[in-house]
Design a binder for this molecule. Structure first.
Ligand code: SF4
Length: 426
């Protein structure tokens, strides 16, 4: 959207204070996300944005509530989001096909160096807690050529890291089977990844969340295939295809997973993790867990705690269950009291914090490339930089000049409160 507004001659500014128009992309994945979205709309209006336009999942499901927020001029439901800029500016949609414009990071204090490229939307699964399928509909993949063009434009804008995203990323290509997009064989996510690695010069390619049932051992050969001529050595030095897999677990109890209608169980999840670790040395495996799902007993929660401990994750997000109206789980009996949900969440967060620490400590003393994402603090000793390794270690270092969006070779020296302190090897 930002690129389209720029293509039409508009400038993207860092805060709503200076904006003639603010577009708020809302979320409703949890009750908290929906409330944050409403706060963002109110904030944009309070800061003085000339007009506020609201889109995304929460606005699609609750258009009346969204329209009633102060200063909101228009609601754009998800199905019209792709044409949001064209419709607001009253331009033909084809206008944006005429002249490709490089994609540059948005301005502001938290400017991201990573370009998040959406390759797929919607989902055909029916996890009982999930409102996303209601808000986003069935799975649709973007054609390969369109994704390649988008990645190319991000690279031309100076992007060093591309993150492939999708509501159900692992299903990319599967809906092409009945369309003219389908070639002799059905395309799937590994084909997309190989094409990006071979047909672009992307320095770093990261995958966002992947459902465990979409993967098998052959998927991990992408990391060890001939794409990396020096094989394992290249992997150890940090690789072009980031050694980071985010595999949502949601629960470590087989019974809870069944009630969630997840297509996995703890044994197959553990086997997948083992296989990933065999193929990709030092891979960071992170996850999401929902705590306090309806009917979750003490014993089932204890299974989750034990399983998460045993998996030695490099990190994880704990979501305290919040009923989303319209989902089967919201109607289930045995809703867990809020106090219990909170207590369990705190316990599990403690387990994740410990295993994340253990993972980080394995890398102290190693040299890894770090892409600096923020360089916004100048102290007496120099600029404080913060960035990520390919295996998702958060690293800080000090340099004589700001090095935003630079990839540096860094010696990881010691653990800090939130990550690892490093020294740039100039
Ligand atoms: S896989 Fe499940 S949780 Fe993920 S988007 Fe689909 S239905 Fe929702």
């Amino acid at each position: 959207m930002a690129r389209q507004f720029r293509a039409a001659g508009h400038e993207i500014v860092a805060t709503a204070t200076n904006a003639d128009l603010a577009v708020i992309n809302t979320c409703t994945v949890t009750g908290e996300a929906a409330s944050d979205s409403r706060a963002a709309v109110r904030r944009a209006n309070r800061l003085g944005a000339g007009q506020v336009v609201v889109t995304g999942c929460w606005a699609t499901l609750e258009p009346g509530q969204a329209a009633a927020l102060p200063g909101v001029r228009k609601i754009v439901p998800n199905q019209h989001k792709d044409a949001l800029a064209a419709d607001l500016l009253e331009l033909p949609r084809e206008f944006f096909d005429l002249e490709p414009l490089s994609r540059t990071p948005l301005p502001g204090l938290h400017a991201r160096t990573r370009a998040f490229i959406k390759v797929q939307d919607g989902c055909d699964n029916a996890c009982t807690f999930c409102i996303t399928t209601v808000a986003r509909g069935a799975s649709r993949s973007r054609p390969l050529d369109e994704i390649l063009a988008d990645v190319q434009s991000a690279l031309e804008g100076g992007t060093k890291e591309i993150v492939l995203t999708g509501v159900h990323l692992g299903s990319w290509g599967l809906d092409f089977s009945t369309s003219p997009e389908a070639g002799p064989s059905q395309p799937c996510l590994p084909d997309l990844i190989s094409a990006l690695l071979t047909r672009t010069s992307v320095p770093r390619l990261r995958l966002s969340s992947l459902e465990p049932w979409d993967l098998d051992a052959s998927f991990f050969t992408l990391w060890t295939s001939s794409l990396f001529p020096s094989g394992t050595k290249a992997l150890e030095a940090g690789s072009q295809l980031c050694r980071h897999l985010h595999l949502p677990l949601q629960s470590g109890s087989a019974r809870v997973l069944k009630r969630m209608a997840r297509k996995t169980d703890p044994d197959s999840f553990a086997a997948l993790v083992e296989s990933a670790r065999n193929f990709i040395p030092q891979v960071a495996i992170t996850t999401d867990v929902i705590v306090g799902f309806p009917g979750e007993t003490e014993a089932e929660f204890a299974e989750t705690l034990e399983f998460v401990r045993a998996m030695n994750f490099a990190g994880g997000h704990v979501f305290t269950y919040s009923a989303r109206p319209g989902t089967p789980a919201a109607r289930m009996r045995g809703q867990v009291p809020h106090e219990v949900r909170k207590e369990r969440s705190a316990l599990l967060r403690g387990v994740f914090a410990k295993s994340a620490r253990a993972y980080q400590s394995r890398f102290v003393g190693q040299r890894l490339p770090v892409l600096w994402e923020s360089t916004d603090r100048l102290t007496d000793s120099g600029w404080t930089l913060e960035g990520l390794t390919d295996n998702y270690l958060r690293v800080t270092a000090v340099a004589p000049e700001p090095r935003w969006n630079v990839l540096d070779d860094v010696l990881l020296v010691n653990l800090t409160e939130n990550g690892i302190a490093g020294r740039i090897q100039f």
